[in-house]
Every structure is written in structure tokens, then in C-alpha cells.
Write a protein that binds this ligand. Structure first.
Ligand SMILES: [Zn+2]
Length: 447
């Protein structure tokens, strides 16, 4: 354990860059580096031991920029905001009844609008099904015109596979693994045991063999079930087998990378039957889970080369299509609408007709959708489990009732519910459950 004590002693000294060992004495500034680039997560995970220009900025301008650009579609679907607070748009290759369109699109609003939902068609395409009836009077004509058309969007799976195995991706993955490890063990400056990993990050053309891809579909599925699809997961793993120290990194739940951080462990690792993962979810929340196995050295076998990523194509394609099909209901995406709904109720609680108009009748379709979900949360109050996350509760809720809410005409159903009496009580209960969860999961974290 001497190493850990030494590194703690080190950290009390002057901060040094973990890539070049320079400190302010060498005329550089030490930055807080985003371990996972902030354009790839709504959460914040940083380590303040990277020099500002030569390493932090150069990484941001080169391999990080490349991967961030190539992830526009995922970022759009998962509602991951840029520094300026914007959801990125992306080019969608749409095929509408045989006509091809290249369209720059920002899809997030459309999901909550309920105007379309994706259905997996095959590995190459997925189908946008239009709902049968318009819930938005303004665009009624548009829906009437297109609701019978078949619209498909090319998902460009090949582009995705290429990106996941690219040199820039491996460099980014090595960087994320190394910085996470340094943060966990409070490493300050350059230490000799880390020469391989530092080289693979700093030098564009260096061998990237420190990063491999784990070939274990079940393990990845277990992680996605525990932490929510679309989550980045990180874990430290010391093998008893080859005595290396590794970081495991799941990128949006699509693929699991194994990064060799150093060749000699701090101590001889005992065989372990569980690994602790930290999950950085797309809504900015942090989760954790334990994954169990009898022998991890057997379960964490890597592909022999990155080119073998082909073997994983079917499973990655399936996860990717699922990722793009989920309804994005998160604490953060709901918060502004919950606020609006609360204000509408305060203003109109004794004027039933106006309350109906503002919440449902004349409301924006997003407000209608959020009202409906919050109502359901309140109605099934007894099923809500505060020990679990909001996201998991939502998942359970829609398994128990109606799985995908945007399949139906919410507005018509809400009119019936509104007139049936208990509506407002359930809605108020739902709002208070939402606020409690928000305070627990997000406000607490930001304090
Ligand atoms: Zn540096």
C-alpha cells in the first residue's frame, strides 16, 4: 500500500500534469480536465491534473472533437447539451415512400411531441411510424398528409462500427481510463509505471494496444439493465491472472472497452467475485452497481484485435437501435415542464375549464405528454420506490401500464380522465413525487 500513501503525499505538493509532469513552475497552467468530454455527457466528471494547452486543449481539438462530432445523433437522441446548452442537430438520411432526403434534424422535440416514434426494422434501417391522429392542431394537415407514408431513416451502422474501432476512439478511451484511474488514486504528475498508457494517449501514431474490446454480450446487457441504457460506466479491475491493473469503460452502453493502465498492480489482487461500476447517466445523474461473476478473468476476455469488432456488430446494432428507441423521460428533461404545470395549476385550480385548456386543450404537446406521465406517477403512487432512481421507476411504471405512451392519442384520453374527477389529485401527487426525486437525485448532487 506504500504507493497509495506516496501518491497522497504527492498530491499535497504542487499539482503536476499527469501527461508531461510540468507544474506552474514550468510556466504552464493546470486545468480541470473533463475525464469524459462534457459534450458526451450531461454529468460532470473531472480531474484537475492536466496542463491547459499542450494536453487539455490539444486533446479537445483533436481526437475528442472528432468523436464528439461523430456522436451527434446519439447526443441528439439522449438530449446531451453542448457547452452553449444546445442539443446538437444531425444529418438524417430519410427515405419517405422511396424518396430520399438529407435533412438536418433536431429530433428531441419531436419525441416528446409524440409526432413519431422509431421502430426497429432491421440492422440497417428503422422505421418512423407516424401516429394516426394529430394532437397538434397547427400541424394537422401535415400529419394527415403523411400519416400513411412509410418513413425510414438510414442509421449508418457501418459509420458507427468504424468510429468505435478508430484510432481516435481508442485514444479517447485510453484517456478516459487513465484520467479516471488517476482521479481514483489521486495520482499527481507522471509516474514510470504508466509509460505505455501515456504514450498511447499523447502520441497520435503510437500503438493503441493498451485498449481492447471485451467480448461478452451478457455482461454488457447486465450493466445496461442495472445502470440504464445510454450510460457511460467505469470500473477499476485488478486481475489476479496477468497482474495488470485495468479500467473497464462502457461507452453509452454500446460497447465495453478494457484499458490496461499499468503493468504491475499495487498488490497481488485476490480473486474477486464482484466489480463495482460507476454509471454516468445521460440525464447527468450518477448511479452505481455491482456485477458478480465467479471468475472475472474468464468473463473479461478481449477480442484479439480491434478489427475483430465485426464479431460484435449484431449485438452493437441491437443495442444502438434500442438506444435510439427509448422515450427520453428524465428528471432534467421534465423539470422545466413540471415547473410550468405547477404554475398552471396554482393559477387555475378553481377554474376547471381554464385549467383544462392550459394543461391539455390548448397546451403545447410536450406539456400534454409530461402532464400525462406525471398523472400516471401519481395514480400509481403505491408502486413508486424512493430507494430506486426516477428513471427505473418510470421504466417499471410503463411496464405495468402502457409501455410506450406516444402510441396513443394522449389528448383524448386526458379529456376523459380530467372529467372523471380524481385527475387533479393524482396530478398533484405525481408532481410532489417528481419534486422529491429531483431533490434527491439532482439537487443533492449539485450541492
Ligand atoms: Zn501536460
Amino acid at each position: 500500500m506504500g504507493f497509495i500513501q506516496n501518491s497522497i503525499k504527492e498530491s499535497k505538493k504542487m499539482k503536476r500534469c499527469i501527461y508531461c509532469n510540468k507544474s506552474v513552475e514550468d510556466g504552464i497552467i493546470i486545468n480541470e480536465s473533463h475525464i469524459i468530454p462534457d459534450a458526451l455527457t450531461n454529468g460532470k466528471i473531472t480531474y484537475a491534473n492536466v496542463c491547459s494547452v499542450e494536453h487539455n486543449q490539444v486533446f479537445g481539438d483533436t481526437f475528442e472533437f472528432d468523436i464528439i462530432e461523430k456522436c451527434r445523433r446519439i447526443r441528439n437522441f439522449l438530449n446531451i447539451k453542448s457547452k452553449k446548452g444546445k442539443i446538437p442537430s444531425y444529418y438524417a438520411n430519410l427515405d419517405i415512400d422511396g424518396y430520399k432526403f438529407d435533412k438536418l434534424t433536431s429530433r428531441f422535440n419531436n419525441i416528446l411531441d409524440g409526432s413519431s416514434y422509431p421502430v426497429i426494422k432491421n440492422e440497417k434501417k428503422y422505421l418512423f411510424k407516424m401516429i394516426n391522429k394529430s394532437i397538434d392542431n397547427e400541424s394537422k394537415h401535415f400529419y394527415e398528409l403523411i400519416h400513411n407514408l412509410q418513413i425510414t431513416e438510414d442509421l449508418e451502422f457501418e459509420e458507427l462500427f468504424k468510429m468505435l474501432g478508430s484510432q481516435n476512439m481508442l485514444r479517447l478511451v485510453a484517456k478516459i481510463g487513465y484520467e479516471w484511474f488517476c482521479k481514483e488514486y489521486k495520482i499527481n504528475g507522471v509516474l514510470p509505471d504508466y509509460t505505455d498508457i501515456i504514450n498511447s494517449i499523447v502520441n497520435e501514431n503510437s500503438n493503441k494496444s493498451v485498449v481492447s474490446i471485451i467480448n461478452n454480450e451478457k455482461l454488457l446487457n447486465d450493466l445496461n439493465n442495472e445502470l440504464e441504457l445510454g450510460t457511460h460506466a467505469l470500473a477499476i479491475y485488478n486481475t489476479s491472472n496477468d497482474r495488470n491493473a485495468y479500467v473497464l469503460f462502457s461507452f453509452f452502453g454500446l460497447i465495453l472497452y478494457k484499458i490496461r493502465i499499468r503493468q504491475y498492480p499495487f498488490y497481488i489482487a485476490k480473486p474477486t467475485n464482484s466489480i463495482d461500476f460507476y454509471g454516468f447517466r445521460s440525464d447527468g445523474c450518477i448511479g452505481s452497481c455491482k456485477i458478480y461473476a465467479n471468475n472475472f478473468d474468464q468473463h473479461l476476455v478481449s477480442l484479439t484485435s480491434i478489427d475483430e469488432i465485426n464479431i460484435l456488430k449484431p449485438s452493437i446494432a441491437k443495442i444502438y437501435a434500442n438506444l435510439l428507441s427509448i422515450q427520453i423521460i428524465t428528471l432534467r428533461s421534465f423539470k422545466p415542464f413540471v415547473k410550468e404545470i405547477t404554475n398552471i395549476i396554482k393559477k387555475n385550480q378553481f377554474q376547471s375549464e381554464r385549467l383544462y385548456d392550459e394543461l391539455i386543450g390548448l397546451a403545447h404537446s410536450t406539456v400534454i405528454t409530461v402532464t400525462y406521465v406525471i398523472y400516471l406517477i401519481g395514480k400509481y403512487e403505491d408502486q413508486y420506490n424512493y430507494d430506486d432512481t426516477f428513471q427505473n421507476n418510470i421504466k417499471h411504471l410503463f411496464n405495468n401500464t402502457d409501455k410506450v405512451i406516444i402510441h396513443k392519442n394522449i389528448k383524448e384520453e386526458l379529456l376523459l380522465l380530467f372529467n372523471s374527477g380524481e385527475f387533479l389529485n393524482y396530478l398533484l401527487t405525481g408532481l410532489s413525487i417528481f419534486e422529491k426525486s429531483y431533490n434527491k437525485e439532482i439537487r443533492k448532487k449539485n450541492d
